[in-house]
Design a protein around this ligand. Sequence first.
Ligand code: PLP
Length: 399
Amino acid sequence: TSSIFTAVEMAPRDPILGLNEAFNADTRAGKVNLGVGVYYDDNGKIPLLAAVKAAEKTRMDAQPPRGYQAIEGLGAYNQAVQNLVFGADSELVSSGRVVTAEALGGTGALKIGADFLKRLNADASVYISDPSWENHRALFESAGFKVENYPYYDVATRGVNFTAMKAALLGLPAGSIIILHACCHNPTGADMSDAQWAEVVEACRERNLVPFLDMAYQGFADGIDADAVAVRLFSASGLQFFVSSSFSKSFSMYGERVGALSIVTASREEAGRVLSQLKRVIRTNYSNPPIHGGAVVAAVLANPELRQQWEDELAGMRDRIRAMRTSLVAKLAERGVAQDFSFVAAQRGMFSYTGLTAAQVEVLKDEYGIYAVSTGRICLAALNTKNIDYVADAIAKVL
Ligand code: PLP
């Protein structure tokens, strides 16, 4: 008799996880993995932040019971998220117009947001930047949406092709859902200026679009409030919009899955109705979120000393990435590379689209054990003072 799984085909490998597997199998001593989307410290380790360690110790000593959380998660956590995302003095928050639910990382927030939107407007299409984080398309398609691209990255300027992007937005059907990277665009590192964001807000108003801001790297470009410029501009617009946020990177808590979905509504009364429906979505996905990560983040943010310690540690991560950006640019120039790489220092967040071709990326891997994504995306947070000369040497040679 045949198995019920006989017809199941092998799914394509996740390109980035596949890269990690190849890296792990590589036995060369000097190998470097620039393909990841994780922050490593100067010793090449994922940090456990001191603020997190302190909050975890307090929690473990208290030995709290492990009952179910509310469907929308911990109230203190959701409030802390609102303060970070919308600002401590947000009128939207104080007037009760923002619904926030704790979610399983930024991915979980996008997923419950997508499922909620599907119930709201099943026929809308979703538009993501070209290129985008590869999971955006898959997530919204798996929620049942048709997913299209809007123009974003400009290879010639290594920045945003804003003229093309804006023209595309102004041509979208009303009700279209548009996914925007609030800061630190993944994979390109190219962000919009504040003035361009203001124009995006107006385009969304003019075309009645549904903005969905994905903020996975708050604090990784310029700081917590500075990186929330896009959210603040949408907040001031009077429009309704969605924000997914994540502490995976900013708290270095990747595996604890701490994120949140916030939905800005028109009134407190509307917020109540929206939350009631969002809770149905959560209930049928995973019932309620896990306790630990959210409790730790809430504890850090509620304690002035720990919060300051976290902000200092976050600034440390941000500054180290910036130092690696400027250092790589300088080291490539020192090695006589004619091509101008100064754009690497201007891009923001963890990633850069280097312009390295798939063939050059292949040579980096085969000859030097340096792993990057075939699109030329590298993670600057995987560089450190010990490996950067080796990487600069190799890039200079493959160019
Ligand atoms: N959105 C973007 C743009 C990302 O780059 C990532 C992580 O790489 C996520 C969302 C998901 O974050 P999380 O790991 O918290 O699910």
